[in-house]
Design a protein around this ligand. Structure first.
Ligand SMILES: [Zn+2]
Length: 432
């Protein structure tokens, strides 16, 4: 991804730097050659050359670009399990995923960690974004997901004689686990997504208290992945599944819904981040009837919502880390609503907005493994910056409305927002 050359000054706004510190009023951000040179009070800012680009924050807020920590570029309009895999060919999925990536950037998300994808789309989306062929968040790519046979993601009964070839490796035992990871290694993914537990979506055989992989399978995934420098995460709702993931050496835990004290201790000892993706549960309860979800499924989502909220409060209070990502791409939870996750964590879970913003920026970058170059507005970091009208610390919900997005920068290049003009977006390499 190309970075800007020359100097850019963003001023006339308050600055939230992503560390969780209170915003600095009347601040300035100076960017030089795509990196942050200064972030702080305007009065202390270094002089900029006369030809510096200037961005007027219009009395709003300058903050780090948001980071989606559980992003599914290739999921869209999923209403039934079969919508996840067998409905569309890879050609259409790829086009739709590119549209979703553009949308995420326009919503202020300058980076994203994938939570799993169809086919091997993520790796090539990432390549296209890095080569400035398409706009999108800096992507940490996952690939096809791993679940044991008969588990949450293996729902096609045998008589259909179809597997889950687009989305999931359905494994039996440790040899299959290693084989699946080795295949992902060759595909070039960075993250391996697994399904240690079930979910409210499948109440009869694979509900949120059911284990869908053995510890041995999970451990084989981690050992193989880590050997090849890949990271591992997993969909963990059930108490034992969370502890299995932590003991197996998972790099992050998705959801961690029903974590107990022993699980929390393991989590803190390993400093493993959690991505709750919890608003999905609330919206599944609220909009479930409209999408013909059964009462049993809705009840399961309600239990997940309440258990998950309690776990999030416990994890943060104990000093753990949460990333903000929301499983967007379902019919009742569509792409483009990413920032509703942040509002939910303030309004429903009861966290303060500064904490939630830190989770959505600094912690997100740490989950990507890029905490030293992204996630906060500090000297030397890449200038991935969001400028919004108003004060999200007072009203976090303003981030949901794209009308409030004034500027979205990646590496100092203005890519989206009201103040962006088409000419500032770099032309793709082929056109040059
Ligand atoms: Zn997911």
């Amino acid at each position: 991804m190309k970075t800007a050359t020359g100097t850019t000054l963003i001023s006339n706004g308050q600055l939230f730097d992503g560390t969780g510190a209170p915003p600095v009023p009347d601040a300035a951000l100076v960017i030089e050659d795509g990196k942050i040179k200064y972030a702080g009070p305007a009065a202390g800012a270094p002089a900029v050359p006369p030809d510096a680009r200037r961005i007027d924050a219009r009395g709003g807020t300058i903050l780090p670009g948001l980071i989606e920590a559980h992003y599914h570029a290739t999921y869209f309009n999923v209403e039934k399990l079969e919508d996840l895999d067998i409905k569309f060919p890879v050609e259409y999925v790829t086009l739709q995923a590119a549209v979703n990536c553009k949308l995420a950037l326009e919503c202020g998300y300058t980076a994203a960690r994938s939570g799993g994808c169809l086919f091997n789309c993520d790796v090539w989306l990432k390549t296209a974004i890095e080569n400035d062929l398409i706009p999108g968040p800096r992507l940490a790519a996952s690939g096809r997901e791993i679940c044991s046979a008969g588990g949450l993601m293996d729902w096609n009964p045998e008589f259909r004689k179809i597997g889950m070839d687009g989305l999931v490796f359905c494994i039996n035992g440790v040899e299959d686990a290693r084989k699946a990871v080795r295949s992902l290694v060759k595909d070039g993914v960075e993250w391996v997504k697994t399904y240690p537990t079930g979910d409210a979506a499948w109440p009869d055989q694979n509900d949120h208290h059911t284990l869908c992989m053995t510890f041995e399978e999970m451990h084989a995934v981690v050992a193989t992945a880590h050997n090849h420098k890949l990271k591992v995460t997993g969909h963990c709702r059930a108490t034992e599944g969370i502890k299995n993931a932590l003991r197996a050496g998972y790099d992050t835990v998705e959801h961690a819904t029903f974590i107990d004290d022993e699980g929390l201790e393991l989590l803190l000892k390993r400093n493993t981040p959690v991505v709750p993706g919890l608003r999905f549960e609330q919206v599944s309860v609220e909009r479930g009837p409209e999408f013909h979800l059964s009462q049993k499924v809705i009840d399961g989502h309600q239990e997940t919502l309440e258990g998950g909220a309690e776990s999030c409060r416990k994890i943060l209070k104990a000093g753990g880390r949460l990333g903000m990502g929301g499983d967007y791409g379902f019919g009742w939870n569509p792409h483009g609503e990413y920032a509703k996750e942040l509002t939910f964590f303030v309004n429903y879970v009861g966290l303060d907005p500064l904490t939630v913003l830190k989770c959505a920026t600094k912690t997100g970058a740490e989950i990507l493994g890029r905490g030293d170059e992204l996630g906060t507005l500090e000297k030397g970091k890449l200038a991935d910056v969001l400028v919004v009208a108003g004060d999200p610390v007072k009203n976090i919900a303003l981030l949901e409305d794209r009308a409030n997005i004034l500027a979205v920068l990646q590496g100092g290049v203005l890519k989206a927002g009201k103040l962006a003009t088409r000419t500032e977006v770099p032309l793709p390499a082929r056109v040059r």
